[in-house]
Design a protein around this ligand. Structure first.
Ligand SMILES: [Zn+2]
Length: 184
């Protein structure tokens, strides 16, 4: 993973606590106002490695292989689609210019961009649910979203992906994922 851009913010209200969070590709580290440069350096390094460890823990086991990705799709299909969606193939593909994933409903195939290998599991799950729903409803109409929104973190995941796309200036459009004319 590339070294993220770090923004240090110091606050007079902070006495001892140090915290950090990711904002797109940037990491914001919050420090107490009175802290030496040496302490700042040590804390920034410490917070970056903590953040990375927690993000690594949150990644999906589906990142490991196409087989693991297919397995995850079967679990999600059982949970959110009563087992009604059965893709003929699901695989990781090299980063696509304008897409996180794509689906060919008539063939039942789903492809997921390598760019998503390191996102939290709940974000990858949303993308898989989105593509699985296309096997039932090809377009992005009301019926489609009724299925997708059975996945409770849909809104949050869409926000996460928009942030990721904006931060990396990828220009990826959420709804540009169908390889065929939309049916709605
Ligand atoms: Zn779609």
């Amino acid at each position: 993973m590339a070294e993220p851009e770090v923004e240090v913010r110091r606050s007079k209200r902070r006495r001892r606590t140090v915290s950090a969070y990711r904002d797109g590709n940037k990491v914001v580290v919050l420090l107490p106002a009175r802290m030496s440069q040496t302490e700042e350096k040590r804390w920034v390094a410490d917070m970056l490695s903590r953040l990375q460890r927690s993000e690594t823990r949150r990644r999906s086991p589906a990142r490991e292989s196409d087989a693991a990705l297919s397995r995850r799709c079967r679990e999600l299909s059982a949970k959110y689609f009563d087992g009604r969606t059965e893709p003929s193939s699901v695989r990781w593909v090299p980063p696509m210019r304008t897409r996180w994933a794509s689906c060919t409903p008539s063939e039942g195939t789903i492809r997921v961009s390598e760019r998503l290998r390191d996102v939290p599991g709940w974000v990858l799950d949303y993308v898989l649910v989105h593509e699985l729903a296309h096997l039932l409803v090809p377009g992005h109409g009301k019926d489609f979203w009724t299925w997708v929104k059975r996945y409770p973190k849909t809104e949050r995941a869409i926000g996460y992906l928009e942030g990721l796309s904006a931060a990396a200036q990828l220009g990826i459009e959420a709804d540009d994922d169908l390889d065929e004319a939309e049916g709605d």
